[in-house]
Design a protein around this ligand. Structure first.
Ligand SMILES: C[C@H](N)C(=O)N[C@H](CCC(=O)O)C(=O)O
Ligand SMILES: [Mg+2]
Length: 363
């Protein structure tokens, strides 16, 4: 099976509610879709959400990277030589991790189809069900309490609460949510780089002193500030998870070597696809560091790919793969399905995706 053609398209999917973090606010998911078409007629699906504030990638940069630079190098390559394809992806240009991820996901989808294997089995086959949390956007405490109670009523047992920017208000937000949801719901926080290192330590110690029972805190400080992240990790009891700092394989290797965090959030769009995400999971496992599979605001294509690693690998103990349920519509036919907070990974070959409704091809 050889790569014959690569098609690129766009989907725009409105969100049920505005998504707000310390880094950005958006009302829709603007996803780039790729279809990698084999000489057998089989299609592999991939996606790349432009999350410029985290990856530096825009819609235009993703399209140009796939269409003009990386894509042409893949034409004619054999799907069963994954190693050669992934080397070409990694060496074709620097950065552009989302464009690389889209192509990597589509190639793995074809590889799974070629061998009749669901991707979660290829990645280890540890389980075929995984709990996801639900993200609560950064708003005034009363609105966040309402959103949290709604999530708990829908069956979510873990909430990922966005904080950052105003620590006094962050403390009020977390106090109000914990009081409302009770002690049986897991609360994880994501500051999206919204605190300084000393500010983070002071704030986290307040959460600890008040017994707010925070499971973990994602990316308290700026992505580039590895020393600041280590400072926070070393000075609080609560587990600290690297997200934006844990960008790709090199950054994760460095963070693990420095013991700068307790946990890693792996995302395909940072790592440059499944092949690098697997390396990250293996580095982390070697160092005894548990991982979460995370996501950007993206369609179910990327969520299914990320869920396949989450389900496949034992070291991935948590999933923040809620993007597809934050969307008001689901254009993706097939792939992962949701039952309350459970992700159900399909047993069909590859990603199990059949079609994407309403995608607009771009030339
Ligand atoms: C959607 C997911 N739950 C999430 O919160 N991801 C963010 C970044 C996503 C974005 O801004 O598109 C994160 O973990 O930082
Ligand atoms: Mg995060």
């Amino acid at each position: 099976m050889k790569i014959k053609e690569i098609k690129i398209g766009k989907v725009s999917i409105p969100l049920k509610k505005p998504f707000k973090t310390a880094l950005r606010q958006v009302n829709s998911a603007e996803d780039i879709i790729v279809k990698v078409i084999a000489d057998t007629g089989e299609v592999g699906f991939g996606n790349a959400p432009p999350t410029a504030v985290i990856t530096g990638d825009s819609q235009d940069s993703i399209i140009a990277a796939i269409r003009d630079t990386i894509g042409p190098k893949l034409i004619g390559m054999e799907i069963d030589n994954l190693e050669a394809i992934m080397t070409t992806l990694d060496t074709s240009m620097l950065h552009n991790s989302s464009a690389k991820a889209a192509l990597d996901i589509a190639v793995y989808d074809l590889f799974g189809k070629l061998y009749g294997l669901p991707l979660y089995k290829l990645f280890g086959g540890y389980r075929n069900l995984m709990e996801t949390d639900l993200t609560i956007s950064l708003n005034q405490p009363e609105e966040m309490v309402r959103d949290s109670l709604e999530a708990v009523a829908e069956g979510y047992k873990a909430l990922k609460i966005k904080v950052g920017g105003d620590t006094a208000l962050d403390i009020k937000r977390v106090q109000a949510i914990r009081a409302a949801v009770g002690s049986n719901v897991k609360i994880r926080l994501d500051a999206n780089q919204g605190w300084g290192p000393k500010e983070a330590v002071r704030t986290i110690r307040k959460f600890e002193d008040q017994g707010l029972d925070i499971e973990l805190i994602e990316q308290p400080v700026k992505a580039h500030d590895f020393a600041g992240l280590k400072y926070v990790t070393d000075h609080v009891e609560t587990d600290i998870m690297a997200d934006e700092a844990a960008f790709g394989t090199y950054e994760v290797f460095q963070l693990l070597s420095m013991s700068a965090c307790d946990l890693i959030n792996i995302k395909l769009m940072k790592a440059g696809g499944l092949h690098n995400a697997i390396k990250i999971a293996h580095f982390a496992e070697t160092m005894g560091i548990e991982c979460m599979m995370g996501c950007m605001l993206e369609s179910k294509v990327g969520i299914t790919a990320a869920a396949s690693i989450a389900a496949g690998k034992k070291i991935v103990t948590r999933a923040d793969l809620d993007a597809a349920v934050l969307l008001a519509a689901d254009p993706v036919v097939g792939g992962v399905s949701f039952c309350q907070d459970q992700l159900i990974i399909p047993d069909s070959p590859g990603l199990g995706i059949v079609d994407i409704i309403g995608w607009q091809e771009v030339k």
